[in-house]
Design a protein around this ligand. Structure first.
Ligand SMILES: C[S@@+](CC[C@H](N)C(=O)[O-])C[C@H]1O[C@@H](n2cnc3c(N)ncnc32)[C@H](O)[C@@H]1O
Length: 206
């Protein structure tokens, strides 16, 4: 029976692709994903590029393809359930048969790099949503806050300092995790103000 699979492909390096992800991708009539996701894999079947601008249209098209009897695989970087494709797909196509294949999230890899047991951390995503005031309620609760920022760590640092958060608070930035140019840097909130990072980073505020 035709189905839509949403497959987590991990943080970016092939080493973090799971066997079940690879096996599921091989079942597809059509594979849909961002440039970063598609470039990671050797895909012998039809491919469709997804980006922030065409996401809604492509998801709707993929639902039509499933209804026409095709097996569609949507690639989601990291894990589909954390700031990934699961939410938009569920919102736009609640009536198709969907199976989720989990992937290793950038948040998990960040926690591993910094040796943070993540059941002791607060995890927040601002990706695509903008800075949320809710972070103020948890930032000083003694637990590390792991944040997917809304693109720029410096904007979040600026916001937090503006709200009276201690500018000497420790921050770690995990950038381009699992890639050859991966970097983990530790500094203070104030130091972040004048620094540029790639859009691919996870921030931990202690
Ligand atoms: C749309 S969200 C996807 C998150 C993904 N579903 C996950 O579980 O990692 C994209 C954001 O995740 C973070 N991210 C994804 N991959 C990353 C990586 N390899 N290294 C650092 N941050 C990453 C970045 O903040 C990026 O802007």
């Amino acid at each position: 029976m035709s189905k839509m699979y949403i497959v987590g492909i991990g943080p970016g390096s092939k080493e973090y692709l799971t066997e079940i992800a690879v096996k599921t991708i091989k079942l597809a009539d059509i594979v849909i994903g961002s440039k970063r996701a598609i470039d990671l894999l050797e895909i012998g079947t039809q491919k469709i590029r997804l980006d922030a601008k065409n996401m809604e249209d492509i998801i709707k098209q993929s639902v039509m393809m499933v209804k026409e009897g095709k097996t569609v695989v949507l690639l989601s970087t990291g894990d589909p359930g954390f700031s990934g494709l699961l939410k938009p797909v569920m919102n736009l196509s609640p009536d198709v048969d969907i199976e989720v294949i989990p992937g290793i999230s950038s948040v998990q890899l960040c926690a591993a790099k910094l040796r943070i047991p993540w059941d002791d951390a607060d995890i927040v995503t601002m990706h695509g949503k903008g800075i949320s005031e809710e972070i103020i309620d948890i930032i000083d609760n003694g637990k590390p806050t792991i944040v997917i920022p809304n693109f720029k760590p410096s904007e979040l640092a600026h916001f937090l300092i503006g709200k009276g958060i201690d500018e000497t608070k420790k921050v770690a930035i995990c950038e381009n995790l699992s890639y050859e140019d991966e970097k983990v840097v530790k500094m203070t909130l104030k130091d972040i103000l004048s620094k540029d990072f790639s859009y691919m980073c996870v921030m931990v505020i202690h």
